[in-house]
Design a protein. Structure first.
Ligand SMILES: NC(=O)c1ccc[n+]([C@@H]2O[C@H](COP(=O)([O-])OP(=O)(O)OC[C@H]3O[C@@H](n4cnc5c(N)ncnc54)[C@H](OP(=O)(O)O)[C@@H]3O)[C@@H](O)[C@H]2O)c1
Length: 264
């Protein structure tokens, strides 16, 4: 079980969507100090104001950072830890997704997904985990996706990054346990955010709210879960994959939003 009350947390991707909802939910649970990370300082300032409206006792530190720039991240995390540490909870939520039929996919988009979703997560996790290990205390939450378990057509490269995150998380869970660091994966299903506005919807999949994802995270942390699947559709999909993978493949083909264009 991970206690939230009185802790210091750092949330990446906190300017919008799921990361923002997680930061607000942490404020509802009496977090002491929140460091919020994204590239856009203005949006971060707006989130800081929202946190202040929820609980003026929460100290909010804005860290405008591009997580794909390892040198800048290195400098910023060293300074943040010195000035506001120790940080007990790291939530790696920043991410990007490109939806495209594989035969039309572009190397630049894959690079963007890999350099933020996986390499960006690796960079900040390494910097934070080393410091947590010295303190023998910490929790790291890596935001993967249902697409880290069930890969869907048109999302091959994004799914690849989310599968990678689950492997990374599982390996770290064992490796960092002797340092009293818990490593948790959060697997949201389709969620109504800026990210999904640019995607064509999968047929039959109902988006959920970012607030529900954030609530599921807090509940999962309270229960000491190491993998937090969000929503009944995710549980159903994972069970179907285990029991009848051929059926899931058929369902994914029917749900494929780009069936017509991907044939061309
Ligand atoms: N929405 C879904 O359906 C869904 C489902 C499953 C999993 N997820 C995962 O949940 C996470 C959040 O997704 P979301 O839907 O909330 O996305 P979103 O609304 O597009 O938000 C993405 C966040 O990442 C930040 N970000 C993007 N590039 C960055 C960079 N280079 N450096 C630092 N921060 C960066 C953005 O802020 P700036 O633009 O200000 O940098 C923003 O705060 C992602 O990891 C995503 O894969 C989403």
């Amino acid at each position: 079980m991970t206690k939230i009350q009185g802790k210091t947390a750092l949330v990446t991707g906190a300017s919008r969507g799921i990361g923002r909802a997680i930061a607000l939910e942490l404020a509802h649970h009496q977090i002491k100090r929140l460091l919020i990370v994204a590239r856009d300082p203005h949006r971060l300032a707006m989130v800081a104001q929202e946190i202040n409206n929820i609980d003026p006792q929460v100290e909010v530190i804005i860290l405008p950072l591009d997580l794909t720039q390892p040198i800048a991240v290195n400098i910023a995390i060293a300074k943040a830890w010195r000035d506001h540490g120790p940080i007990e909870l790291l939530i790696n939520c920043a991410g990007v997704a490109h939806q495209t039929p594989f035969l039309k996919s572009q190397l630049s988009q894959v690079r963007e997904e890999m350099s933020l979703n996986f390499m960006g997560m690796y960079t900040i996790t390494r910097l934070m985990a080393r410091r947590m290990a010295t303190h023998k205390k910490g929790t790291i939450v890596n935001v993967s996706s249902l697409m880290g378990k069930v890969a869907a057509p048109t999302m091959s490269t994004y799914s690849a990054t989310k599968f990678a995150i689950l492997g990374f998380t599982q390996a770290l869970r064992g490796e960092l346990a002797p340092y009293n660091i818990k490593v948790v994966a959060l697997l949201p299903t389709l969620t109504d955010t800026d990210m999904t506005k640019s995607l064509k919807n999968f047929r039959g999949v109902m988006p959920m709210s970012a607030e529900k994802v954030a609530q599921a995270l807090i509940s999962g942390l309270n229960k000491g879960k190491s993998e937090i699947l969000v929503g009944w559709q995710s549980h159903l999909a994972v069970w179907c994959q285990r029991l009848a993978p051929w059926l899931l493949d058929k369902i994914l083909l029917i749900a494929n939003p780009l069936t017509e264009t991907s044939k061309t």
